[in-house]
Design a protein around this ligand. Sequence first.
Ligand code: AMP
Length: 300
Amino acid sequence: MVELRASTPGIMHQSFAGDVYNSAVYLKRCFNAIDTSMVTAVGKDTLSSAMVAQFEDEGLNTDLVFVHPTKSPGMYLIETDDEGERSFTYWRSDAAARKVVDFLSDEVLAALGKGDMFFVSGISLAVIEPESRDVFWARLETLKAKGVVVVFDPNYRPRLWKDESEAKETFEKAFHYCDLAMPGVEDLEVLYGVSDAQGVIEFCNRFSINEVVVKNGPASVITSLNSSVESHTITPVKNVVDTTSAGDAFNGAYLGSRLSGMSIDETVRLAAHAAGTVIQHPGAIAPKVAFSEAMADIAG
Ligand code: AMP
C-alpha cells in the first residue's frame, strides 16, 4: 500500500508498506539468494510504478505483480497524537490488490507451482473480494498438490472483516490448507478466547499443521514441529521505538532460514533478532544498512 505519514502540518511523507511486502523485504534482506516474489495487483498510475520500482530496489521479483487497467493501489495515513499514540485511516475499498485473484490464471499457477513456499496473510484474505475466496481456495489446493508449502499468518485486523464469524470461517479454511502457521497470540485471543501461546498450539492441533510458530511479543516464541513443542526465550529490547512490522520481520527471517535448512532453534534466534532490530527503528521498513549491520552481529 501507499503509506502517508503527516510530518509538519500539510506536508506528507510518502512511502510503501504492507504486511506481505514487509515480510518479503526482510526475507530477501536476510537471505539474498532466495528468489522472493510479490504476488499482487497495482494500477497504471505513477505511484504504482514507483511501488514496483521499490519492490525491485529491495531485490524482489515482480514478474507476478499484475497491472489492473482501471484500479490504483490502496493507501493509508498514519497520524500521531500529542501522546505519541498512532492512528490509521485507510483508503483501500477500491484497491487494485482486491482483484489479485482474477489474475491467478493457470499460467500464473504453473509459475507459482515451481516455488517452495506460498505465503498467505489474513490481511490479504480480508482484502480480496469475498466472492473470489472460493476461487482462491481452489488455487491454493492446486499449489499444495504441486508440493508448495502453504504458510499462513492470520494477522487479525477486526475492522477489515464484516464480522467475527466471517473472519473465523475464513481463518479456519486457511488453517486447514496451511502446512506452516505463524499466528500471534493476539490474533486468536478475541476470536477464540485463547489467552496464551500454549492455547494457540492446542487450537492449531485441530488442523494437523506440520509446523506452527506462535509469536507472543517479548514474552516468548513457541514452536511445534511434527508435534514436538519447544518454548524459546526472547530477550526483550530495551529501546523500543516502533513495533510496526515486528511480526512481519520475524516471518520473513523465519521463512528464509527454514528454506535454507536451518534448525528451528537457530531460526527462531535469527527471526527474533530481525524483529528486535526492526522495532528499534520507526516505520515498517528499517534502513537497509542499519538492518544488515545488526544482522551481521548475530552471524558473527
Ligand atoms: P509480536 O507480533 O508482537 O508477537 O512480535 C513479533 C516478534 O517480534 C516476537 O516474536 C519477538 O521476536 C519480537 N518482539 C516483539 N516485541 C519485542 C520486544 N519488546 N523485545 C524484543 N523482541 C520483540
